[in-house]
Ligand binder design. Structure first.
Ligand code: AMP
Length: 222
């Protein structure tokens, strides 16, 4: 049985940062739907150009495009032992479609950590966020600066401010989260999969708690 983990939380909660750390510890891939869209935009694919129309204004990319993109991604060989998803699913329709895709493939969701952070902290984090061009590593101008200004510590690529991290778009994204993604908390709670995590702490404390929850003492999936 392949186990998948869905990291849930508002934009700026730390899903991407934490998913990268925990996935590396677990030896499974981290799949960020936002990173895949941005990669497609960089490569000027038809899907990337279309998705960017929604991304740049803080709206969600339509479900059909997003679902087929994730379906393709999780069928790749590197997901043979499962994966951590960050930023997907983001709507009830995506969550239902994802359950169907996993069932068809004999897989399941093992746990859904919900990373909770107060709104004022989200705004402060997103407005200071710096993202790397190559692999989407994230830093913060004040709270988590790169060793060398403007350069990613991990791959040496240039850091930039995402267009959708500008204040007007941040406010829109938080509203979209409240309306379209928040219902997933109940969806996964009803299925006994939700685990609430206090995300308003240091990166190390949050990743230590997540690792403890997702791995047992021997390093096996719980
Ligand atoms: P993220 O990198 O997760 O903050 O995503 C950036 C943007 O990509 C979002 O604001 C959406 O416009 C789009 N996006 C990412 N994941 C999804 C998804 N699961 N469904 C719809 N749109 C998405």
């Amino acid at each position: 049985m392949r186990d998948f983990y869905v990291f849930l939380g508002p934009p700026g909660a730390g899903k991407g940062t934490q998913a990268k750390i925990v996935a590396a510890r677990m030896g499974i891939p981290q799949i960020s739907s936002g990173d895949i869209f941005r990669e497609n935009l960089t490569n000027q694919t038809e899907m990337g150009i279309l998705a960017n129309k929604y991304i740049k204004v803080g709206e969600l990319v339509p479900d059909d495009i997003t679902i087929s993109m994730v379906r393709g991604r999780i069928s790749k060989a590197d997901c043979a032992r499962g994966a951590i998803l960050d930023g997907f699913p983001r709507t009830p329709a995506q969550a239902e479609a994802f359950d169907g895709i996993l069932k068809e493939n004999g897989c399941r969701i093992n746990k859904v950590p919900f990373i909770k952070v107060p709104e004022n902290v989200l705004i402060e984090r997103l407005s200071g966020r710096l993202t790397c061009r190559a692999e989407g590593h994230v830093f913060h101008k004040v709270n988590n600066p790169p060793r060398e200004a403007g350069i990613c510590d991990y791959d040496g690529s240039a850091l930039y401010q995402r267009e959708d991290d500008k204040p007007e778009t941040v406010a829109r994204r938080i509203r979209v989260y409240e309306q379209q993604t928040r219902p997933l908390i109940e969806y996964y709670m009803e299925r006994g999969l939700l685990v609430e995590i206090d995300g308003d702490r240091s990166i190390d404390l949050v990743s230590a708690e997540l690792t403890k929850i997702l791995l047992d003492d021997e390093g096996n999936d719980v």
